[in-house]
Design a protein around this ligand. Sequence first.
Ligand code: SF4
Length: 322
Amino acid sequence: MKTEPRLLALGPLRHACHACGTCCQGWRVALVDQLERARIQRAARHLGIADPIVDGALRQRDDGRCVFLTDDRLCAIHATLGADQKPKVCQQFPRRATLAEDGYRVGLDPACTSTHRSWRAGPEVDPLPAMQEERRLPADVAASEQGLIRLTRAPGATIPFFVGHFIGDPRHLPALPPPFSARACTLLGALDLASVASLQGPDVASRVAHLVPRLPTLDPAAPPPLALTPEHDAFALEVVRRQLFLRLGDPAVPPFVQALLILLGVLAAAWSEPPTTATPPDPQRLPEALSAWARLVRAPRFWQRLLPDLARARWLVTGAST
Ligand code: SF4
């Protein structure tokens, strides 16, 4: 008898949608079948929207916004006809399910830019139904992924601790190793963030807009300290953990590079905050930038500029060029 794959989760799935509309931009919303296509055509006729479907997916406007997204950031189908009339993918986001070799991994996509608002104490949501994808990894790669996920959950884990393990220092480091920070400055300083951020729609780009002028000013000779609040540090590890567990990155990128890509986002976002002695920073800005980054790094055009190959990733970790 065929047994169903186990359902695996990192913990309770806590989420509250804040109707920000960010997930309604820049993503291709594929319609699952003829019934769904007919339902969307009916909804479009009702709402007076022409040509709602292009190549089997919802049409996007020139800036990437869904054709059904209203100016007040609501889904016109949801607002007028009810949530159950939206495409399935939209009903399910940010729930995700990945069929891995150990079972169905269910969780919440950290690219929802409101993740930080409800990840600790939001209402529990049912893990299913969820957007599903199959991603199986060879045993050695899966073991490395599990090792990284375990590290994010180690007692007292912080971002410096996590980076320390990458560079072979298993102590609970109080700060980032300066050579690692210097190399991160070099990579981030060369990233043309403005041109790649717009790929995912105006709201994602706006969440990282404050990083754009900051990154080219990063000086590898004088890397800034990493000043994360404990809550932002914990959230950053949560983003790494979810991205790895749900295998949300580009399948071409191995887990340890996925983790590095998110880490670079943590540094970019943290280094773009004003010093604590100046105007108190907006506590939502960093986690929202990180969620936007978690989405951006999935695009080949983005990660290929930052860490195009294993050699660059190893250089970031060790400083050794090959
Ligand atoms: S990004 Fe998150 S909070 Fe915003 S509309 Fe989508 S699910 Fe809701």
